[in-house]
Design a protein around this ligand. Structure first.
Ligand code: ZN
Length: 180
């Protein structure tokens, strides 16, 4: 098997186990109890525990006063996220490395539906946004939402945004939108 070196990772992510199939670090919330990866489903319980402890959902290490949430423009507008908070550096790495985010035409929705245990809060779209928004905040609340198909999933509600960073597709590749 040939391997390609990864772009520089934040130390926390670099310390994560690597998924042998994709060659990517396994985020804490995507790790199954047996240690394998499910990149399409977030473990709601792990997500909630890490968030309440103010630990990063990707590397599971403590976060500083500012935490990052990553989602589409609708999440940023509504202030409600199905994905838990993470380090800013981890969010940058996710934008670069996650095939779902990095490339405009990568497919995920059908894969996701086929993946066991992949549930989204009711009313959450799984369509891929045209743009990704990273919000940095000093606080957030957590809650539980009814999930499609029953049960509940955690939801994360960031407080006032300290900063917002926008990423758009340029020629199919994600780049940061700077200035305004
Ligand atoms: Zn992290």
């Amino acid at each position: 098997m040939s391997t390609t070196p990864l772009p520089e990772l934040p130390p926390g992510l670099a310390a994560r186990p690597i998924d042998p199939k994709r060659g990517l670090p396994i985020p804490a919330v995507n790790e199954r109890p047996d240690g394998t990866a499910d990149f399409l489903a977030i473990d709601g319980r792990t997500a909630m525990i890490l968030a309440i402890q103010w630990h990063c959902s990707l590397c599971a290490k403590p976060m500083s006063s500012l935490v990052a949430f990553l989602g589409g423009p609708k999440s940023a507008e509504s202030g409600a996220y199905s994905d838990p908070p993470m380090h800013e550096g981890g969010a940058e790495a996710a934008l670069t490395l996650c095939p779902h985010m990095a490339r405009q035409h990568a497919r995920r929705a059908t894969e996701r539906r086929a993946s066991q245990g992949a549930v989204l809060p009711e009313g959450f779209s799984e369509a891929k946004p045209q743009e990704w928004v990273m919000v940095l905040t000093g606080g957030f609340r957590t809650g539980l939402m009814p999930a499609e198909g029953g049960g509940t999933v955690p939801i994360f509600l960031p407080a006032d945004y300290e900063r917002t960073r926008r990423f758009v597709y340029d020629d199919g590749v994600l780049v940061e939108k700077t200035g305004s």
